[in-house]
Design a protein around this ligand. Sequence first.
Ligand code: FES
Length: 721
Amino acid sequence: MVKWAEVAAKPEPVAAQAKRCSIFGSVFVSGKDALVVFTPSGRRGRFPVGSSLLQAARSLGVDIDSVCGGRGICGRCQVLVSEGEFSKHGVVSSNDNLSPVSAVEQEYCSTQPMQQGRRLSCSAQVLGDLVIDVPSSSQVHKQVVRKAAEAHDVHLDPLIRLYFVEVQEPDMHDPSGDLRRLEDALEFEWQLTDLSCDVLVVQQLQTALRQGEWKVTVAVHAGNQIIAVWPKLKEHVYGLAVDVGSTTIAAHLCDLASGEVVASAGVMNPQIRFGEDLMSRVSYVMMNPGGEVEMTVAVRAALNDLAVEVAAQAGISAKDILEATFVGNPIMHHLLLGINPVELGGAPFALATDRAITLWASEIDFAIHRNARIYVLPCIAGHVGADTAGVILAERPDLTDKITLLVDVGTNAEIVLGNNQRLLACSSPTGPAFEGAQISCGQRAAPGAIERVRIDPVTLDARFKVIGSDLWSDDPGFAAAVANTGVTGVCGSGIIEALAELYLAGVIRHDGVINGELAARNPRIQPDGRTFSYELYRATEHAPALKVMQNDVRAIQLGKAALYAGVRLLMERMGIASVDRIRLAGAFGSHIDVKYAMVLGMIPDCILSEVSSAGNAAGSQTREMRRIAAALVILARQLRDGHRAFALTVDLHQMRPEHLQRFQQVGHIHGCAAIDQGLQIPASMAQTFSRTQCSGDHGRCCKQRNARVSLQTVEQQLRAE
Ligand code: FES
């Protein structure tokens, strides 16, 4: 007769074996061993009858979770017997080969729901040959499946883990302190050694131990630092992934045990009152010494509101958030950390640091758990921020041999190009036109803004959709549908569509001039000094007209030339004439119809099905990629190191004035056709699209066709409609 602990836990000290036996119950076994196969890992081994399934799994290195250390109270170790004859394994597996449901399991089931057939592996004992399935919910390093298309799964491996322990009570004959006995218990039960402990934990330790009757849960960071303690069993702690954008701040709250996003929210960045765009905020600091402190205070206050909001959504306390990760452009990054951003306002755009930063929540006045850790993703350079690094992490162009173009469109466009061989990045000053600013009728994407535009190529009349209504402006009921919001302006995606449609209808010429000769055909084309404008929305008694002016066309031309210049610069450096896939990110990128971006030449030629916008079109999801990136860094520690590595190896390119000039000279409203003339279009493509083939939603029709499409082909398709 052999005690289980003596068989399976040889390296443990004798005292440990004895104690573990008391945890798992005194299990005596006979000399006959049973074969146990664990799936999906396929690991197998022979174990004495009477062995605990959890210990058997651990001795084979099978990944099974546990917080309570096998006490039957956390429920993390659930497994399922696969019944039947498994010739592949040479096993006939049956529920009868496992010990009957124990009192511990019955007790657990009386308080917690448990799926039919599941068993607590810490309580169930091996009686015969078994095939045991470990569901992904019971695995520590489970796969986290991203919802986005082209998702990359990651192995869940958060830096913070919970451990439940029973600590020996103090004894007159043993003068050791409570912390020493806690560390002994962690080493004894979880083999955690060389631990250090924050003083904040020590301050709470005695109360927690006595409230918990010497049973506590501790949170350990990176396997070596105790950062929190709670009385009794604590099953869930959370991480907050935050994207600090210049307009909005958005966050995902993640359960560190399951990897699930349990709540999401966004708030406006209150720094807007100091300046709409980044450079205005830097100017504010230049003109108002100390202004950076005001902006730091403002953004931190918004972060606290956000933490409270997501915690309320998830029904938890903000104090249960033990880690937060941040991505942001360099200026947001600096202001969050209380660093003066003035150096980022001009060449050579020197960052205070290009390293990742880890600090305590209290150091940025973040009112989550007092001892929570903050991880700020590194900026790549003064003009390519942690947000771009986050987009790279979310998309992982470095994992494929396809050449990927990532464009994060905002006031500046951050552009990344490359594959698993090489990644290049640059930033290009597109200006605020794509976000609706510096456009005479422009406004931010908000209810009432025109976001979709169609121009009839025969009548030259316009119809449009506004944010907040699904109806087109010529649909019955449109006026009633927009009665509350009105038609207030044109947002970034609306101005792109308006210009592209006007070009396709011939109202805007190839050189970007609004063609006044067409004024006789439709009164919407009106003289405006020495140029002409196009009236998109006629004035009402409550609202002024919304017109596309010649200067608006010029502003968009400059912006798209800057964007295209950045893309072409990187393509030339890479020595390529085309890209395999394009992802548009950022608030604007999430709304843009990619075909219109192609018509205007904002992005290079690519198979349409390989061009997509990142994130959901819903306003609260527009920063999805960055938030995902921040979440991934919380949930998978290996990505943190990987991210650091590739953030440092991305090959940076600085846009110089001559690059911009070269492309602005080309300056056609229709893409950069002169530059693209080398791209040969198969003649057959001209017939690929026709009115009858298209459902009316250009994207759906085009995306179904896995064919290379040139700018001209898109143009033909849109004209055909
Ligand atoms: S390990 Fe906690 S219930 Fe089994």
